[in-house]
Each structure stands twice: as structure tokens, then as C-alpha cells.
Design a protein around this ligand. Structure first.
Ligand code: TRP
Length: 335
């Protein structure tokens, strides 16, 4: 079997409230890999159900992420857009890998500790095994590169360990490649607009904390106007942002949207007040986001079309995964 050297896999969870952090930290980075790589972009609905999801909302949110992929500029003809549950090999490989991964490895996962909170006994078994399903997502395509946010680095390391242990245990050196993380962009971490020390999050009770992919131009302008900052003018240098989380966040968002570094943004705006900077940032955000949110809305009005894209993607994804899964079955000794 020919092993790919430039196959990209990544996923976004359909848990609703898709926001600027998802766009700048993930989806936007997926777009740029299409020229150089063979890309699979997945809507990870099986990961979403590790915490309770209302079934009707799950379906709508799955379509929303698919629409965001397409609207952001991922070409579903040249590359593959699909939902995870449409390719049974993810779940099948995840089981095998559950038997390769060690409980001690999972016990070290910080995201599980954060998400499970104090009452760990009440978390689903799926939430605990989540990183192993993520490893299966990647390895079932023998993907070589994985664009992810900083917060997923630990999970990717686990995927590398699982790949290596499988190869060792079954004496199949190089069967699973070691997937490389691609951590990208100036604003891979977009913070809450109400508290620059917390990540922008779908579950923050304050709507003002995040810019969503459904926001109108007026919503975007209002949220940036109300964003938490301090009374000082913008600093001249990046070092001057230390201890000023709200300011740092807005400069980071501007830099990401303008494809500049923070230093370049501060060279331009250093010394100016937020009263001046915020409207410029709002205009830029609206200019960059409205074409995408407008296209998303158009796509969401035709769910039949989105479903057809996902089904077609799943057929093509299965064609890649099934032969690899068939080899796994042989390697493990399933007859
Ligand atoms: N865990 C990732 C997140 O929440 C989503 C994800 C699932 C993923 N499977 C993946 C990302 C495989 C990269 C590769 O952001």
C-alpha cells in the first residue's frame, strides 16, 4: 500500500456557537493547506456526544460546521469534507486503539480533567476515551499532518504514542506514521472579549464574550465596542502588552485578521486610544467575516445540499479508510 506523505486530517466539534476562535484558530488555517496537501476535514459528531447533545441541535450544528468549512474556502470537490459518524472505521479503529492505549496515559490528559470538573465519576466513558477516538480519526487515514490549536497538542502527542505502541506491539514498523502537529497563526488563541485571560468559548454565559459566525455586522461592531480593555493607550511594542490581557487579545485578533504580526500592528497603532482602535478593528472584522457568514447563511438555507456534500465526502473518506482498517484487522488477528 502506498503511504501518503502529505495527508492532512483535522476536525471541529459540532457543539454550536461556532465563533471567531474556531475560525482563526482552526478553520482558517485549514484553507491554506489545500494547495500543498491532500486534506480531510471532518465534523467530529462522535466527539461531540461525549457530553450531552440534543439530537436535533447536533444535526443542525453538524451542518453549521460543514457550511463554515465551505464558506471559509475549503473546496469539497478537491478535498474531503464529511462527518465522523459517516465513516464507521473511526469507531472500529478506536476500539482497537483503546486496547493499545494505557489508562495511565489518559489519566494525564488535562482537557479531561478540565471538562470532567469536580465530579469525575459522572463524566461519560466517552469523554475519558476521547483522545483515543481522536487518534483513530487521524491514524485510520495514515494522516501525516494535523493542524490544531495549542490546546490539542497533548492529544496529538497521545496519538503519536498510540501509533508507536501499535507498531511495536504488532511488529509492524512504520505502519502508522507519526502525525505531525501544525500549530498555526498569530491568534491561535482568541480570548474572551469580556475577560482576556479566559479562552473565547461557546459555553460562556455572556454573548458579549464571543463573536460568532452568525453575528451581523452590527453585532460584531457592538461586541468589539464593549470589549474589555484598560484606559491606557496601545503600547508601542509587544512587550508593552504584558499584563494587559484585554489589549493583547484585541491586538492579536487584529493581527490575525490583517495577516500581520502584533509588532506590525503596534508599529501602526502604538500610542492611540482604544476609542480609535476599536472602530478600525470592527471594520476589519466585518470586512473579513461578513463574506463568510453570509455564505454560511446561504448554505444553511439548503440543508439538502450540505447533507449531499457530507455524504459524498464520507464515501470518498471510506475508500481511503477501509483498506487501512482491513490491514489493521489482519495485523490484530481478526478473521
Ligand atoms: N479534539 C479536537 C478539538 O476539540 C477536534 C478533533 C477531533 C480533532 N478529532 C480530531 C482535531 C483529529 C484534529 C485531529 O478541537
Amino acid at each position: 500500500m502506498n503511504k501518503p506523505t502529505n495527508r492532512v486530517f483535522s476536525g471541529v466539534q459540532p457543539t454550536g456557537n461556532l465563533h471567531l476562535g474556531n475560525y482563526l484558530g482552526a478553520i482558517r488555517n485549514f484553507v491554506g493547506l489545500q494547495e500543498s496537501h491532500e486534506c480531510l476535514y471532518c465534523v467530529v459528531d462522535m466527539h461531540a456526544i461525549t457530553v450531552w447533545q440534543d439530537p436535533a441541535e447536533l444535526a443542525a450544528n453538524t451542518r453549521e460546521v460543514a457550511a463554515a468549512y465551505i464558506a471559509a474556502g475549503i473546496d469539497p470537490e478537491k478535498h474531503i469534507i464529511f462527518n465522523q459518524s459517516g465513516v464507521p472505521a473511526h469507531a472500529e479503529l478506536a476500539w482497537v486503539l483503546n486496547c493499545v492505549a494505557r489508562i495511565g496515559w489518559l489519566n494525564r490528559m488535562t482537557q479531561f480533567k478540565d471538562k470532567a470538573g469536580k465530579d469525575r465519576e459522572k463524566a461519560s466513558v466517552g469523554l475519558y476515551a476521547y483522545p483515543v477516538l481522536m487518534a483513530a480519526d487521524i491514524l485510520v487515514y495514515q494522516a501525516t499532518h494535523v493542524p490544531v490549536g495549542e490546546d490539542q497538542k497533548q492529544h496529538l502527542e497521545l496519538a503519536r504514542d498510540v501509533a508507536q505502541k501499535f507498531n511495536n506491539d504488532f511488529a509492524v514498523p512504520d505502519f502508522f506514521p507519526q502525525p505531525e502537529p501544525l500549530i498555526m497563526g498569530a491568534a491561535t488563541r482568541v480570548m474572551s472579549l469580556r475577560d482576556g485571560t479566559k479562552k473565547m468559548s461557546k459555553s460562556d454565559p455572556s454573548d458579549l464574550s464571543r463573536i460568532t459566525m452568525k453575528d451581523s455586522a452590527e453585532d460584531i461592531a457592538k461586541k468589539i465596542r464593549k470589549a474589555q480593555t484598560d484606559p491606557d493607550p496601545l503600547p508601542e511594542t509587544v512587550e508593552g502588552l504584558a499584563g494587559r490581557a484585554g489589549a493583547d487579545n484585541l491586538v492579536g485578533i487584529y493581527a490575525a485578521l490583517a495577516d500581520k504580526t502584533k509588532a506590525e500592528v503596534l508599529a501602526e497603532f502604538g500610542g492611540r486610544q482604544f476609542g480609535e482602535f476599536k472602530p478600525v478593528l470592527a471594520d476589519l472584522a466585518i470586512e473579513r467575516l461578513s463574506p463568510i457568514t453570509g455564505e454560511m447563511k446561504r448554505l444553511m438555507d439548503d440543508p439538502g445540499h450540505i447533507d449531499a456534500v457530507l455524504r459524498n465526502g464520507a464515501v470518498r473518506a471510506r475508500a481511503i479508510a477501509d483498506p487501512i482498517m482491513a490491514r489493521v484487522r489482519e495485523i490484530v488477528g481478526f478473521i
